[in-house]
Design a protein around this ligand. Structure first.
Ligand code: 5AD
Ligand code: SF4
Length: 509
């Protein structure tokens, strides 16, 4: 559904949660229901670009004397959405707060990727119930990926009627209207569009720091891996125009940011949706390469769309970092087929070979799912052997979690949970073993560290990340914060490195 169709239909509405028990009717008549079925549609409809976001005069000053608190779950995309929502709150006159206790509005920006992510949010909603009882004028909202799921919205209606607002990932720019409606009606406001998605350019943002920044380059995902809920919750693949991205990165460089991470669920599909230009991630990186900003990363890659042009551009080095997060998910071609990953073991290994040939020092990290329905011991061992062969620097590892509405959730599964847990442990020990070995290789070497601040555990120690995203702790004057400095590694741990500054903290870009 596009913006026009939405305007023509009735979208925001409140439900009388107190007097009604037949929840199903809300989905038909009262508000725009989230729907996994609709979310799956991928039409030929053009992506609409909007550049006209503003705070309408009726909402100005809405937040005066009020504070907002946003709790973020899940990936960097969510973190960045939180920065946008915080920007909208500030534009409305709200102040940020670090605690739910003095917040007038609390938002939970949720993640739907695995069941335990959802359980955390439901648990938190339970805790917040007492706060809401004490202060009935507090507004409590649920947004992000979980809101896009029909079953979640139903459960909130039934079990958590103290929630005031539920809005989806396509509705963030409507936050002022949603808040206004929630204040006015004091009843649950639900606005979730099951749409393919537009691109809204000029939303305000408050970035979390002044050293590193996230920049969206595309939204949504069309890959429909059989286990994954993201294509349903985030809509279809749609790319921001290159000139908008380039301008945003230039602007961040001018403001003194040192590192940019380009974000997208499947960044390698960047530009595939343009019908007026032929332009991909390689072209974009080539342009960003010329901008005077020390570090540019991107995440997340899909092996299927990772093309030779991108490898060629990345090999130019400079501000394009040679750390690539390349989720493999499984080392077994049979499992990859069932996952609909659209590559097999050999093709993945061939891609790794090409990357290493072009960038001999490149470091690779990955995501792996164990215990996909019916995964055999042999298939799992293929994952272990692929891991050994590639020698990833590290990996995020997960037990498969069925997500309602996805094809894999309908598959019969004959693997007991104990077996899945045991496989995860075996995989994790391999991940640790190889990570420790790779970290050891840093001892005695000098690395460039972008210093982010004091270490969490010791304020006398500074911490920052290397080009390959390794956390380094070392002693140096606070004036080093925000700079890139040379650090000699004296001791390697499994996940972090201890170092000492090589020279006075001179910036080394
Ligand atoms: N179960 C377990 N892990 C999942 N991921 C995505 N969907 C699921 C699921 N249903 C993992 C994938 C992905 C990462 C972000 O989360 O490994 O790359
Ligand atoms: Fe999910 Fe696959 Fe899309 Fe990644 S590429 S977001 S795993 S569907």
């Amino acid at each position: 559904m596009n913006e026009k169709q939405r305007m023509e239909s009735k979208q925001v509405n409140s439900s009388d949660k107190k007097s009604e028990k037949d929840f199903s009717k809300y989905f038909q008549a009262v508000y725009m229901p989230p729907s996994l079925k609709d979310a799956k549609k991928r039409g030929k409809e053009e992506v609409k670009y909007h550049n006209d976001f503003n705070i309408s005069p009726e909402f100005q000053g809405m937040g005066n004397g009020r504070k907002f608190y946003i709790r973020t779950y899940g990936c960097q995309m969510n973190e960045h959405d939180t920065e946008v929502m915080a920007g909208i709150f500030l534009a409305l006159g709200y102040e940020p707060t670090e605690s739910v206790d003095d917040a007038n509005v609390i938002l939970l920006n949720t993640c739907a990727i695995r069941e335990n992510a959802e359980n955390k949010v439901f648990g938190e909603l339970g805790h917040l119930k007492s706060l809401k009882k004490e202060r009935p004028d507090l507004l409590l909202g649920v947004c992000g990926c979980m809101s896009q799921e029909e079953s979640v919205v139903n459960r909130i209606l039934k079990v958590h009627p103290h929630v005031d607002m539920v809005f989806g990932t396509h509705n963030i720019h409507r936050l002022p209207n949603i808040l206004e409606e929630a204040y006015r009606s004091k009843e649950m406001v639900i606005e979730v569009w099951s749409k393919e998605g537009d691109v809204i350019e000029n939303l305000p943002k408050v970035r979390k720091g002044s050293i590193k920044a996230w920049v969206n380059i595309m939204y949504g995902c069309d890959k429909f891996c059989t286990y994954c809920i993201v294509p349903y919750t985030r809509g279809k693949e749609r790319s921001r125009r290159p000139e908008e991205i380039i301008q945003e990165v230039r602007h961040l460089a001018a403001q003194g940011y040192k590192e940019i991470t380009l974000l997208g669920q499947n960044v390698n599909a960047y530009g595939k949706d343009f019908d007026d230009i032929t332009y991909g991630l390689g072209d974009l990186m080539d342009e960003l390469h010329k901008i005077d900003i020390p570090r540019i990363r991107f995440t997340t890659s899909h092996p299927r769309d990772f093309d030779d042009h991108l490898i060629e551009v990345l090999a130019k080095g400079g501000n394009l970092l040679d750390h690539i997060h390349l989720p493999v998910q499984s080392g077994s071609s049979e499992v990859l087929k069932l996952m609909a990953r659209k590559y097999d073991r050999e093709r993945y290994l061939e891609l790794v070979r090409k990357i290493k040939e072009a960038m001999p020092n490149a470091s690779l990290t990955t995501d792996i799912i164990v215990g996909f329905p019916n995964e055999t011991e042999e298939q799992f061992e293929e994952t272990l052997s692929l891991y050994r062969e590639v020698e990833f620097d590290s990996a995020y590892t997960f037990i498969y979690s069925p997500r309602e509405g996805t094809p894999a959730a309908k598959m019969q599964d004959n693997i007991p949970m104990e077996v899945k847990k045991e496989r995860l442990q075996r995989l994790n020990s391999l991940v640790n073993e190889i990570s420790a070995k790779k970290m050891k290789e840093y001892e005695g070497k000098v690395v460039k560290v972008l210093v982010e601040g004091e270490s969490k555990n010791n304020p006398d120690v500074l911490a920052g990340y290397t080009e390959k995203n390794k956390l380094v702790n070392f002693k140096a004057p606070k004036s080093a914060i925000g700079k890139i400095v040379n650090v000699k590694i004296v001791k390697a741990k499994t996940w972090t490195l201890d170092g000492e500054t090589v020279e006075e903290t001179v910036e080394v870009n």
